[in-house]
Design a protein around this ligand. Sequence first.
Ligand code: A2P
Length: 296
Amino acid sequence: FQSTEGDCERAVLHAIDVGYRHIDTAYFYGNEAEVGVAVRKKIAEGVIKREDIFITTKLWCNFHEPERVEYACRKTLENIGLDYVDLYLIHWPFSYKYRGDNELIPKDANGEVELVDIDYLDTWGAMEKLVDLGLTKSIGVSNFNEEQLTRLLANCKIKPIHNQIEVHPALDQKKLIALCKKNGILVTAFSPLGRHNAQLRTPSFMYDGKVQTIADKYNKSIAQVLIRYVMELGTIPLPKSSNPKRIEENFNVFDFKLTAEDHAILDSYHNGERVAHARQAIKSKYYPFNVYSACF
Ligand code: A2P
C-alpha cells in the first residue's frame, strides 16, 4: 500500500529473499501486478514454489454487487498473473457506486463519494462461489466490526477465516480480537507502526522514551517492539516498508518476547485513535466505526 511505481516489485523480491511468505495486496492499492511479477520471478528462480507463498488481496468497494464479484476477482488474478490467490477479502463493509473498473472513489457533482447500500451478506454469497470455482483458497473480510462479523457468522455457508484490521498501541483492538478468536477467525493487523511518518514524527509511541527503553532492553528497534506487541496481542502483523534494511528489520522479531510490564506500558497508549477511518463513507449504513464498542 502506498508504494511508488517499481518500489513494490523491488520490496516483494527482497522480502521473499529475506524469508517473508505472506504478501498482502489489494485491487485498490494498484500494485497487484507488481506483486505478481515479483512472486512469479521468485518462482521461476526456484526460490519458492507457488504453494510456499500466501497471497492475500481484496475486493474493492465498487465491485460489491454480487454479479460483479467474480468479474473483479478474475481481473485481480489477471493483474497478479496467477490462477488463484490464497485469501480474498472484502476490503470494507460499505459499497461505492460502480462507475467503471478504474473509478475507485466515484464522486457526485458536489464532490461527495457515491455510496450505495449493498448488503455485505449479498456480497459474501458471491465470495463463497469464488472458493467453489477455485479462484481463491479462502475468503475473509477486512475492517468489519463486532456486529458485522457476528451477523456474517450467523448468515454464511463458508465462515470468514480472517478479519484484517488496524492494530497498534493506540488501537489495541483487544475486544474485537477476542471475538475473532472465539469464532476461529484469524486477525491480520495492518499499520502495526501506526502508519509511521518520519517527517511528522508520528505516531507519538514511535518517538517515546518509554518505548525506547523497552527496545534497548532487547537490543531491538522501536518498530520491532511494536511488531512484536501486535503479534503478542494474537494477530498476524503486516508491517509495510519499501526500504530493504527496514524490510529485514521488520522480519527479525522472532527471538525475543515482551513481558507483562512491557505490555502494560504499550497498552497505556490506547486511546482508540485510528489512522484508517474512511470518513468519506461515514454516511453509509455499513460504515464500521460508528459502533463505539467495536473500536475498543
Ligand atoms: P518505509 O517504506 O520508508 O520503510 P504502517 O505499517 O504502520 O502503516 O507503517 C508504514 C510506514 O512505516 C511506512 O511509511 C514505512 O516507511 C515505515 N516503516 C516501516 N518499517 C519501519 C521501521 N522498521 N522503522 C521505521 N519506519 C518503518
